[in-house]
Ligand binder design. Sequence first.
Ligand code: SF4
Length: 397
Amino acid sequence: MSEPSGNRTFGDSIEIRTEGLGPAGKDGVRSAPRDATRRVHVGKVPIGGGAPVVVQSMTTTMTWDVPATLEQIRRLEEAGCEIVRVAVPDEKSADALPEIVKGSPLPVVADIHFTWKLGLKAIAAGVHKVRINPGNIGGESRVQEIVAAAKDKGIPIRVGANAGSLPKEIIAKYGVHDPLGIVEAALIPIGILEKAGFEDIVVSMKASDVGLAVASYRLASRRIPYPLHIGITEAGSTRRGSIKSAVGLGMLLEEGIGDTMRVSLTADPVEEIETAFMILSAVGLRQRGPEVISCPSCGRCDIDLIGLATTVENRVKALGTKIPLKVAVMGCEVNGPGEARDADVGIAGGLHEGLIFKNGEILRKVKENRVVDELMIEVEKVLRDKEADAARREGGA
Ligand code: SF4
């Protein structure tokens, strides 16, 4: 990262836009940046303006292979994905879009580079958003054609900057590792769209360096009124990529930055969705389905805790519920139920036996070979109660 000149710190030379941010509340705390972004809709899914952070992913199939692409989209939807992006690198892929849009349970975003005609074709096919790079699409008049088509269909456009492909003039001014440069690069396509009278914009600020990405999004959140698509690009395979994404996106989300997110993993895209929801759950923003918490085990533990936690994780996942629920798997009864007091239900291991507890209260002691089954009986009871509560709330609404 290039050194800021003099005493300047990042952000000093950027106009700090505060008028768009929400009013300070009673305690003087300003609302989160995401509350103040302009809201756009991708199909029926709202992004920005305080809407819940939207989870998205991208297919890895050949887009022209419609059955394979739709099959992957369905798997993504089942995992909780809310918007799906497909690459449109050629005519063959663009030709497949009408069928994909028709068969997809999720709003579809077309990812377009280099060929503006593919953008026009995608919009005509009914996609719900396009992602373009105005810098490689063939000049301002081409961008304006895409903007006119998007306006006509009422769909948003995503633009942004990528640390790996900054314009020459930006590199000359800032080098390649300066968040000021990345934000300034993103302002170029935004300016082109605004000049064409278009404001249904989503903006991304991609960098594979976590610090650079975070600093860039922080600056962008102060300067740009449009919803931010956050992500750590080229994050890597499942483990490394999930950790990098959790660190970077976790920081941003905690600061109220980010309206939609993609966890980029070199893996089955379904894993991106699972990681995204784990991150959202960890920062307390969204939870989808049960979360299993477990202690690290120690010398007090008399059971195979790793095996037990894995079995519980699999059994709970197999329920396929979207209802938030916290299940604890603790190694001993000394600290277990107390430490996991905020779990809905849990087990604490003992010698040849286990305790079943609920909201920190012990329900009963069971034999070791019954521990998981007894826990699942309680899990299903809690789920039924939560479902009934939700139905009552809906009925009363
Ligand atoms: Fe150790 Fe018990 Fe705490 Fe697990 S719950 S870490 S076994 S003391």
